[in-house]
Design a protein. Structure first.
Length: 442
């Protein structure tokens, strides 16, 4: 095992948007017509640790981002109870990440780290909320949940590209602009004496379905960015590839600046895949608590610590990486806001996997889930299910009738946990964007 680094590590936390479990080559994804979809991300997996049972905190974006920022179950904050936060949050003083709440960037910054968010925020708007009010020194990107890749406008028509807390005009394809800004940040920061956190949150491969060559589509989708009339698997894969190219540039910049060795780089997705995603062998996708909605690609790369070419079936949630990075930096959580996330640092140093329970709930379809060991309790539309995930990752063999005792125990476990979270208020919204009238449902 590589010797632990004596210096505090840098962190690059890369989050894709709506990426499916099997979209990448390193997760047995099929090559596209143009060749490998994700060669640079695949190289990170080859040089690091690939998680086969990594989970998002939610099957939809903004709730997961609350958990990522705080290291706590998102259900502790009102803003995370909207699924997801929609355009109505623009003037809200309630729906957002409270600046008073400790976050990964605020805790690291207080300990001497430089901090930047490049990419998607989706946790509320100024003047009440913003990345700069939650610990980041720099911010470049959209504040909302989805924007056009060329006009940088939301479906409601608002221009939504920001530099700090100011509207920012820039020409170009958003994925490339995000990659350019990330490289620029590293050029300015990576050689400095202070360690850094770069949160690199791509909007790709989220709708609208636009590649680098599709500027002509911007006007066509202007009034409805859900783009239910367009897209294709080929377009979707090309969007992933554009993101992959940017990640390759980030890695090359870290290497050239001598910072790659002691940088913990984590790659993941905010939730499971959407329309054109490949979630095989899992069932479901975004908005579902079946495995396809919450099991996501997850890669950790840290040459100073992690042995290359390994994989792990360790169960982990998005918020565990918040705990891991704080642990690696030697930073303790705020005692008034104890972490729900569990540090994976011992595992990264070569330690054994461990069992931990993972809980979810969704207002949408009254969903609830608990994974403990090989077993998963699931409720959808009032129906209870019990699955042996190790034997049945597709969740087709319902064991509930044969193991009523186990089902009852796991249901009670979930109910006890749920009592410790905020109740879902009547005004919490569920925003689907499209439905059965637009396409047959999975």
């Amino acid at each position: 095992m590589p010797a632990p680094s004596p210096q505090r590590p840098n962190f690059v936390f890369i989050v894709a948007d709506d990426l499916g479990y099997a979209d990448l080559g390193c997760y047995d994804g099929r090559p596209a017509e143009f060749g490998p979809v994700s060669p640079h991300i695949d190289a990170l997996a080859e040089g690091g640790l690939r998680f086969t049972e990594g989970y998002s905190n939610a099957p939809v974006c903004s709730p997961t981002r609350f958990a990522l920022m705080t290291g706590r179950y998102q259900y502790r904050l009102r803003g995370a109870l909207d699924e997801p936060m929609s355009s109505r949050t623009r003037d809200s003083a309630v729906l957002g990440l409270p600046p008073s709440h400790p976050t990964l960037p605020s805790l690291l910054r207080a300990a001497g780290y430089r901090t930047a968010l490049v990419g998607k925020w989706h946790l509320g708007y100024p003047p009440h909320f913003s990345p700069l009010r939650s610990g980041y020194e720099e911010f470049f990107g959209p504040m909302s949940g989805g924007v056009d890749y060329f006009s940088h406008r939301t479906t409601s028509g608002h221009h939504d590209l920001w530099l700090g807390e100011q509207d920012h005009a820039a020409d170009g394809y958003l994925t490339d602009l995000i990659s350019d800004r990330a490289v620029d940040y590293l050029e300015r920061t990576a050689r400095a004496s202070a360690p850094f956190l770069l949160s690199l949150h791509y909007t790709a491969p989220h709708w609208p379905w636009e590649t680098r060559d599709d500027a002509h589509l911007s006007e066509e989708v202007r009034s409805n960015l859900f783009h239910v009339h367009g897209g294709s698997i080929q377009t979707y894969r090309r969007m992933i590839h554009h993101m992959d190219e940017g990640i390759g540039r980030v890695v090359q910049t870290l290497r050239r600046l001598g910072a790659l060795e002691n940088t913990l780089l984590v790659f993941t997705s905010d939730n499971g895949g959407e329309r054109y995603s490949d979630n095989w062998p899992l069932v479901g996708g975004k908005m579902d608590l079946t495995e396809g909605g919450i099991r996501v690609p997850r890669i950790a790369h840290w040459p100073a610590v992690i042995q290359p070419g390994k994989s792990s079936a360790q169960h982990c949630l998005t918020m565990d990486w918040t705990a891991t990075m704080l642990d690696a930096a030697g930073v303790t959580a705020d005692p008034e806001h104890p972490l729900d996330g569990v540090s994976l640092l011992p595992l990264l140093h070569g330690g054994p996997a461990f069992e931990r329970a993972m809980y979810w709930r969704m207002n949408h379809r009254g969903q609830r889930a608990l994974r403990r060991g090989r077993w998963k309790y699931l409720q959808v539309d009032g129906h209870d299910y019990l699955f042996d995930i190790d034997a049945d990752a597709r969740e087709r063999a319902n064991r509930a009738p044969r193991e009523p005792g186990r089902l009852a125990a796991m249901r009670e476990d979930w109910l006890r946990w749920n009592e410790s979270m905020l109740p879902i208020p009547p005004d919490a919204t569920v925003s689907l964007g499209y439905g059965a009238k637009d396409m047959p449902q999975r």
